[in-house]
Design a protein around this ligand. Structure first.
Ligand code: CP
Ligand code: NVA
Length: 309
C-alpha cells in the first residue's frame, strides 16, 4: 500500500497496527521522550480547505518524528492559479517524502496519488475523512479496550465522516447505525462497500431515519456538522431539516450509561450537539482531537515503511 487516500485502503490488520503503534507513540509523548526516526524527512501539507486540528497535528507530528512539514494553501501556491494537480504531484515528489492533501473532490486526491512517486494521505475530501476515523477508532479502543461488537450511532448528515466511518466500522466488526434525514444518507458506494466487508467481518451496517433506533443501547454516539465545508449556502435550510437529529440530553438517554460522545470537531453548539452533551462526562472529544496527532504519526511511519507492524 503506497497511499492512504480512502478508508478502503485500510483493513482490519492495518487498523490494529495503527492502534498499537499509536499507543506506543502516545506514551513516548506523555513521558516526554523524543522519538525521531525520520531525521531529514519532509512532507508537503496541501490545504485547499480550512483546518485547525488536521493542519496542526500533521505539522507537529512530522516535526516530532524528526522531519519537516511544508504548508501550502491554494492562495499562496500555483494551485490557486490552476496548475494541474498531476503536475503538482510530479514536482512535489522530487522535493518531499510524503504529500498530505485536504481538498474538495476525492478524484483530485486520487489523481494526485496516481502521479506522485511518494505516499499521499487524504486529509479530508468531500467524500472521506479517513485520518479522523483512525483517531476515532484508537480513542474508542483506549476507553473500551475493544472495537468488535460495539454499537456506534452516527447521527446527522451522511457526509464524508459517515462514509469513512462506514468502512472503518465494517473492517473492525462493529455495529454501525447511521441515522440521517431522508435524502442525506451516506453515499451508496460506501454503504455497499461496507456491507460487502461486513459479510466477512461480522459487522452490522444499518441505515435509518430514526435517531432513537440508532442511539438505543449505543456504546458510542457520534455526530458532525450539518453543513460541511463547501455547503455554507445550505446551512440555514439544513438547520431546519436536521433539528430532529440534534444530539441532546433527551436523545442520549437511549444510549448505554457509559456511552462515549464523539465529534470530529469543529462543533456547532445548539445545532448538531448541545453544550450539556459535548461538555458532559461522557464526552471524549478532546482526547479524540489529541489522538489525531498520535494516529497520524503512526500512519506516516507505516506509509514510509520505517516501522514494521
Ligand atoms: N476534525 C478535523 O479534521 O478538524 P479540522 O477541520 O480543524 O482539521
Ligand atoms: N464534515 C466536516 C468535517 C470537518 C472536519 C466537513 O467536511 O466540513
Amino acid at each position: 500500500m503506497k497511499d492512504f487516500v480512502s478508508m478502503l485502503n485500510a483493513d482490519r490488520l492495518f487498523i490494529e497496527n495503527i492502534i498499537s503503534l499509536s499507543a506506543f507513540l502516545k506514551e513516548k509523548v506523555k513521558k516526554g521522550e523524543l522519538y525521531r526516526p525520520l531525521d531529514g524527512f519532509t512532507a508537503a501539507l496541501i490545504f485547499e480547505k480550512p483546518s485547525t486540528r488536521t493542519r496542526v497535528s500533521f505539522e507537529v507530528g512530522v516535526y516530532q518524528l524528526g522531519g519537516h512539514g511544508v504548508y501550502m494553501d491554494t492562495k499562496g501556491s500555483q494551485l490557486g492559479r490552476g496548475e494541474p494537480i498531476k503536475d503538482t504531484a510530479r514536482v512535489l515528489s522530487r522535493y518531499v517524502d510524503l504529500i498530505v492533501i485536504r481538498t474538495f473532490s476525492q478524484k483530485r486526491v486520487e489523481e494526485l496519488a496516481l502521479y506522485s512517486d511518494v505516499p499521499v494521505i487524504n486529509a479530508l475530501t468531500d467524500e472521506e475523512h479517513p485520518c479522523q476515523v483512525l483517531a476515532d477508532l484508537f480513542t474508542i479502543w483506549e476507553y473500551k479496550g475493544r472495537l468488535e461488537g460495539l454499537k456506534v450511532a452516527y447521527v446527522g448528515d451522511g457526509n464524508n465522516m459517515c462514509n469513512s466511518w462506514l468502512i472503518g466500522a465494517a473492517y473492525v466488526g462493529m455495529e454501525f447505525y447511521a441515522a440521517t434525514p431522508k435524502g442525506y444518507e451516506p453515499l451508496p458506494f460506501y454503504v455497499e462497500k461496507a456491507k460487502e466487508i461486513a459479510e466477512k467481518t461480522g459487522a452490522k451496517i444499518v441505515l435509518t431515519n430514526d435517531p432513537v433506533e440508532a442511539v438505543r443501547e449505543a456504546d458510542v454516539v457520534y455526530t458532525d456538522v450539518w453543513a460541511s465545508m463547501g455547503q455554507e449556502e445550505e446551512a440555514s435550510k439544513r438547520r431546519e431539516l436536521f433539528m430532529d437529529y440534534q444530539v441532546n440530553q433527551e436523545l442520549v438517554k437511549h444510549a448505554k450509561p457509559d456511552y462515549l460522545f464523539m465529534h470530529c470537531l469543529p462543533a456547532h453548539r445548539g445545532e448538531e450537539v448541545v453544550e450539556e452533551v459535548i461538555e458532559g462526562n461522557n464526552s471524549v472529544v478532546w482526547e479524540q482531537a489529541e489522538n489525531r496527532l498520535h494516529t497520524q504519526k503512526a500512519l506516516i511511519l507505516k506509509l514510509v515503511r520505517k516501522v514494521k507492524p
